[in-house]
Every structure is written in structure tokens, then in C-alpha cells.
Ligand binder design. Sequence first.
Ligand SMILES: Cc1cc2nc3c(=O)[nH]c(=O)nc-3n(C[C@H](O)[C@H](O)[C@H](O)COP(=O)(O)O)c2cc1C
Length: 305
Amino acid sequence: MIIKNKQINLILAPLSEVTNISFRILCREHGADLAFLPFINVNALVMTDKITWGWIKDSEREHKPRAIQLFGSDAELFKKSAKIISENKLFDIIDINAACPASKILDEGAGGALLVEPYRLREIVRGVKDNFNGVVSVKIRLGLKRNSVSEIADAIGSIVDFATVHGRTVKQGYSGKSDWDAIFEAKKLFNCPIVGNGDICSINDYLGVKDKADAVMIGRAALKNPLLFNEIKSGRKSDDKKRATACLSWACKNEKSLRLLKRFCTCFVSGLTGSREMKERINRCKSVAETKLYVKKVIVSLQGK
Ligand SMILES: Cc1cc2nc3c(=O)[nH]c(=O)nc-3n(C[C@H](O)[C@H](O)[C@H](O)COP(=O)(O)O)c2cc1C
């Protein structure tokens, strides 16, 4: 699909507390055409919460077009957020989260809970569109407990600029498989491009689904292999050891938070011989310095092999 004159085929999924600015830049440098500042609470944005605004300001370093994902349940707060983003020219795309399955979020009437109230979701989308001079998208699942894509499409299919569909219901969480036939059906119901999402982990997975949607979004697999986007584009898988070496070196150079350093490094060693022991060892580290020291030893051993 084309957004802001740019061809968008491969998108890094929003992964809250993971896809920070440096990881988004890494993926975009390796072939992701778009990424999102994930899961920003409209209330926190409007109330000028310091941490939230730190993430927003950090995003100025990202490639264009720049995208933010908002969540909440109050249409007025969505409108105010859209206006602030528009007036300050902060992002080119606003994505509305109607997919999150976390019970805390559902209890607030936000995320996936919006799927059972398509006309409330429509009010939110309308409010964002009217107050934002840019592209407005929505991220949905197939429904809350059952497939209700047609009702959702009736409500918002003609007013959003694109919709991302994760091919599971909210109730499914991450169990089962993403239903790409249902994603293909959604393409016929929505009057806009559809981004398909769920369980794309390899070049072959991508080749099996690329004709079912207008673009493909990749989450968990990109966390293990941020080079996957370019692998898909070139049709060539990178060497596991070289990929792990490059990604671990990136983490040591860029990540300052112990939680994320461990998260990235444990993901990057996935699939290597001895990865279980490496993950256990990384998880036992008590500081950033200790983690980096160990990871640098892993890098040396990978280079020596
Ligand atoms: C750790 C984690 C955090 C996530 N955070 C978000 C989020 O902030 N917003 C969102 O729309 N989806 C979020 N998701 C869902 C992903 O964007 C994606 O829809 C899902 O992982 C399926 O795609 P995949 O199989 O390629 O991972 C999250 C998933 C994970 C595993």
C-alpha cells in the first residue's frame, strides 16, 4: 500500500515496552517500511505525562512516515490527543488500538473491548479524523469472542485510511494460529487497504500470505530477528551466527535499560546451539555491565566458530 507517497509492504508491529526508538530505528534500517510508537494512553498524552512525552519526543529521530498508536476509551481524549499531535506536527499516522487482549485494558473499555461497540469505535475514529491532518488507521482482531469483522467494517470500513487485522479473536489471546483466510475476507469488507498480522516468522511464511493483504505486519519474529524485513525483501536468509553477532553487538551499544537489554539479548540468541544456557545466564545477570560482559563473550565465541 502507499502511505504519504511511500510504498509500505512490511511493518514492524507495535510491541509495548519493547519496540522503543532504538529498536524501531534498527528494524527500519533493515527493511521495515513503517513502525509505531506503541500503546500511548490518550489520558497520559493529554495530561502531559513526562514519560509518555519523553517517548513522543524520542520519536522525532525516527524515519518518516512516523506513526503513533493510541489507546483509551474516551472519544473526547482521543480528539484532544489528535489535535495536539496535529498542531505540533508530531506524527504522520495515528493508529487506534482496538485489539489489546489484556484484561486490565478490556475492563477500562479500551483495546479489544472497542470491537463489541463498533459505533463507539466509529465515534473515536471520526473524532481523530476530524482533528488530525494525517493518516488514521485502526488495529483490530477478528472480534472479541467470535468473528465480527463485518460489523466492524460496517462501522469504520469507509472512514479509516487503513486497518491492520490480527487474525485471532481477543479471547484467543495468542493461542491457535492467526487466520489469514479471515484476513483475506476482511479485505473484501473494508473499503481501505488491509495490513495482515499474525505468526509471520520467515520468508516462506511471508510468501504464503503476501497476496492476502496489502501489507504485512511482523511482531514477535522481528524481536528475534530484526533483519527479517530485509531477508524477506531480498529472499535470502542471513547466516544465524552473523545475524546474532550483529544484533547482540547492536544491543550492547544501544540499550541502557537492564530489562530491555536482557529481553533483546535472550531473543537474539534464540535458535543458536546452546541458546537455553545462554538465556539462563543472561537472565541471571544483575546489572547492565554484567550482561554486556557476558554477551560480549558470546559474540567472541560466535565469531571464533
Ligand atoms: C510483548 C508484546 C507487546 C505487544 N504490544 C502491543 C501494542 O502495544 N499494541 C498492539 O496493537 N499490539 C501489541 N501486541 C500485539 C502485536 O502487535 C501483534 O499483533 C501480535 O504479536 C501478533 O503478531 P506476531 O505473530 O507477528 O507477533 C503486542 C504483542 C506482544 C507479544
